[in-house]
Design a protein around this ligand. Sequence first.
Ligand code: NAP
Length: 347
Amino acid sequence: MADNKNPRPAVEETIIIGSGPAGWTAGLYTARGNLNPLLITGNDYGGQVSLTYEVENYPGFPEALSGPELVEKMKEQAEKFGLTVEYDHVSEIVTDQHPFVVRTANGKEYKSKSLILSTGARPRFLEVPGEKELTGKGVSYCATCDGFFFRGKELVVVGGGDSALEEALFLTKFATKVRIIHRRDTVRACKILTTRAFANEKIEFVWNTVVTSINGNGSVSSVSTENTITGRAGEIKTDGVFVYIGHLPNNDLYHGKLHLDEDGHLITDKKMRTNVAGIFAAGEIQDKIYKQIATSVGQGCAAAMQTEKFLAEMESEGYHSAGMDAREFQESCTFTPQKAERELVLA
Ligand code: NAP
């Protein structure tokens, strides 16, 4: 943490926003690159991986480990090389001036020559009646956090991806029955999870079905459903509903400032560059395809390496930021990608 013994410079070399695998990796690499990086965690410390009970597909950990354990190991490793961590939430970034400005919920303001954005994604909501009202009263998006409260109960999991099946399997440790409600008749989860879920006696699949409302007075008692083929309405009694129907990128900071795709992900090129020179992005905020811890780590590494290169080239160009506005800065960056290449990537 930044304190009086370790005062921050007036202008940071780089600020990393977000504390998931991409952020910690960017922190590790920029720290080892001697950039004295600052990482601002955000409210959801550790990102989505910290909500994961067991990580068994991240290389190097054959025995598997919990999401929070992996986050702590990543943090410890980055801090060992000099990463400074601030437990704060970024409320605003200013991208049309250089150095960039980062303002936080705790009222701090930082200036930085470069930014690495790794704000990740958050769970998608079902958006059916009762969901909001019963969140925390039986509706949950985190089996790791809330599964324990459902010992001996019956549960519903909504979704057919890796998250739904993985978390349903976890929930069988507590629940007597877990019904996975999926809108189609095949899952998109990987083979190993699918095989395990099919083999688990506590799991039952409810195919071709969507949840139309979550019912209960103060706590969940049932879900109303509709068959996607016949249209027939139904009701399934349950004590809890765990929703795993994908994620939405955490992009609130970027609207009108950085280019986003139609789903709200930051657009980056292969060098993790956004459309503003000096601002890089990594992890699920820009990745709509892979969304794995391993790929986020790789993207965080690439963003850090590009940041180092950017700062080194900025230095060698003799650039100094005083008084230069964003346009002058962009134009002064002879080392920034060729316009044509960038336009191609952003098209
Ligand atoms: P996902 O792969 O996008 O799956 C979302 C699921 O929710 C799909 O089955 C989808 O149905 C369903 N769905 C979407 N909107 C819905 C709605 N409005 N109503 C009902 N159902 C809806 O999301 P995810 O499972 O969270 O996984 C995200 C990424 O993380 C993936 O790349 C995944 O591989 C990765 N991940 C990996 C692991 C692991 O490796 N162990 C664990 C967790 C996540 P359709 O299938 O019909 O589209």
